[in-house]
Design a protein. Structure first.
Length: 132
């Protein structure tokens, strides 16, 4: 005969440990530890996620449909943004689902639009082209 287990069979005890550089949150029966340390690696990951989300928002602002194929060119002088792009190029492209380039000055396709945005006070020009 199978038994039905419910909360009267369990007693969950949670010990909240303090860990340096971590924020601890206890909500009902869930304990969450979050590392709040910020360094070059976390900044680069953050910049790459911003680069992808800025393109997604700009696509929407331009009225482009999801099935319209695009290519994206980022232009920046920021070394931090360049390093982030180089390290996370594949992740950026996986997020927006189209090819991206950095400081490409020879693109010949139809330009849907270009706009300058900021990533941590660094100017980044985003150009969205029709994919050839």
């Amino acid at each position: 005969v199978p038994y039905k287990l419910d909360d009267k069979f369990f007693n969950i005890c949670v010990e909240n440990k303090e860990i340096s550089n971590y924020k601890t949150v206890l909500d009902k029966n869930t304990l969450i530890y979050a590392n709040l340390e910020q360094d070059e690696s976390t900044n680069m990951m953050y910049y790459s996620k911003l680069m992808a989300s800025l393109v997604q928002q700009y696509r929407k602002d331009l009225g482009l449909k999801p099935w319209q194929k695009i290519e994206v060119n980022y232009k920046t002088e920021s070394e931090a943004v360049k390093k982030s792009y180089e390290k996370y190029k594949d992740e950026i492209e996986n997020t927006i689902a189209y090819p991206t380039y950095l400081n490409n000055n020879k693109y010949e396709g139809k330009l849907y639009g270009s706009k300058t945005d900021k990533i941590e006070e660094q100017n980044v020009l985003i150009e969205i082209y029709d994919k050839k």
